[in-house]
Design a protein around this ligand. Structure first.
Ligand SMILES: NC(=O)c1ccc[n+]([C@@H]2O[C@H](COP(=O)([O-])OP(=O)(O)OC[C@H]3O[C@@H](n4cnc5c(N)ncnc54)[C@H](OP(=O)(O)O)[C@@H]3O)[C@@H](O)[C@H]2O)c1
Ligand SMILES: [Zn+2]
Length: 341
């Protein structure tokens, strides 16, 4: 890595400290560097809070003139009045030596306007340092800005011989992944705004679908049950809020809401969730629901946790025809991540 990349790598690292609290805003990290020394760091800490550039600027020691600094920021500085004033105005006021930017902000309100404002003010701007990683850091945000649809992560566990569920008559335990990976799964829940399952998963497993083994907030719960065969006495309905997408009824209850989608399809459900402000969804099963997302081609990433154990029989997991982008061993499981082609 060259010097600019080393500082941008640090911006990405500190940006991630905001991962449980900034959604649906992007994670952003910013540094002020003078004479090859990091003078101050800042990141976007919580939704609606001050931006990374402001936080970094406010931590500059009083004996340092910010004009002498290079500013590193993982996302293009904003150029419009949102919940906070534009960061490009702040940087123009400071007039630092250079501004080094990871990637463009895909938000149509910015998208190059922040860079243009800095350049028009005579500031030397460099764009595209560790660009792909900076975009990947905010993959949910990029998807939403470009397509007006939420980012969809499919996640399931399968045995070494590819079973995802027991036969419906089986009384044997259906736990597949290593319990030591529960914190990883719960972190996935916490970094998505919604978690979605099918009615059979609710009726069979009686899951809570909340965050227990990680920091972060519980996601909104979403159940697909076109024929309303879901049992609304299951425990997940006793806490938090759940949306039940179905073919026939719109009705509001204390802890859950029936939402009619006609015709019933994944695209209609994703559009409705997007309109409700949901920008990222973790789809946790079961087989039929995961298959519907694959068939409709409306998914972005799939995370498959494969255990070391084999079962004698069961229900086969969906088959992906994408190439893996990463594979890691975690305790007794292999975790493989796929992107849609
Ligand atoms: N290994 C894992 O990671 C994992 C994760 C979750 C679940 N599971 C297991 O998977 C099994 C459940 O899977 P499953 O395939 O039987 O059921 P499922 O996918 O959980 O739910 C199927 C039901 O969802 C509804 N549904 C959802 N999308 C639909 C669509 N596009 N079109 C039509 N109906 C749709 C229908 O409900 P209505 O009948 O109400 O209309 C359907 O009966 C359980 O044994 C569970 O333990 C495994
Ligand atoms: Zn800003």
């Amino acid at each position: 890595m060259n010097t600019d990349e080393i500082y941008m790598d640090r911006c990405i690292e500190i940006a991630q400290k905001g991962k449980f609290h900034v959604a649906p805003n992007p994670m952003v990290g910013c540094l002020f560097v003078s004479n090859d020394v990091i003078i101050s760091e800042g990141y976007h800490q919580k939704y609606g809070g001050s931006h990374a550039e402001v936080n970094a600027y406010q931590s500059i020691p009083s004996d340092i003139d910010p004009k002498t600094c290079d500013v590193y920021v993982s996302l293009e500085p904003c150029s419009y009045h949102g919940k906070t004033p534009p960061c490009s105005d702040l940087l123009i006021k400071i007039k630092p030596n250079r501004v080094v930017i990871g990637c463009l902000d895909p938000n149509p309100k910015v998208s190059g306007a922040g860079i243009k404002a800095l350049e028009d003010a005579g500031i030397h701007v460099i764009v595209g340092v560790l660009e792909e990683r900076c975009e990947q850091l905010n993959k949910y945000f990029f998807k939403v800005q470009k397509f007006n649809l939420p980012f969809v992560t499919l996640k399931w566990a399968q045995t070494k011989n590819k079973f995802m569920a027991r036969k419906s008559s089986s009384k044997e335990s259906s736990k597949i992944s290593d319990s030591r990976n529960d914190s990883y799964v719960h972190e996935l829940r916490a970094i998505h705004q919604a978690i979605l399952v099918g009615s059979n998963t609710v009726n069979t497993d009686d899951p809570l679908l909340n965050v227990r083994y990680s920091e972060g907030n519980d996601p909104l719960k979403v159940v697909l049950s076109p024929n309303l065969s879901v049992d609304c006495k299951k425990q997940l309905f006793s806490v938090g809020r759940t949306l039940i997408y179905n073919k026939t009824s719109n009705e509001l209850f204390d802890n859950y809401q029936l939402i009619k989608i006609d015709p019933f399809n994944i695209e209609g459900i994703l559009s409705d969730l997007f309109e409700r402000g949901i920008h990222s969804i973790l789809v946790e099963g079961g087989i039929q629901v995961i298959q519907s997302f694959l068939d409709s081609d409306l998914w972005d990433e799939a995370i498959v946790i494969e255990s070391n154990n084999s079962w004698d029989d069961g229900q086969i997991a969906p088959l992906l025809n994408s190439s893996p982008v990463s594979l890691k061993q975690a305790y007794n499981d292999n975790i493989t991540i796929y992107n849609k082609k």
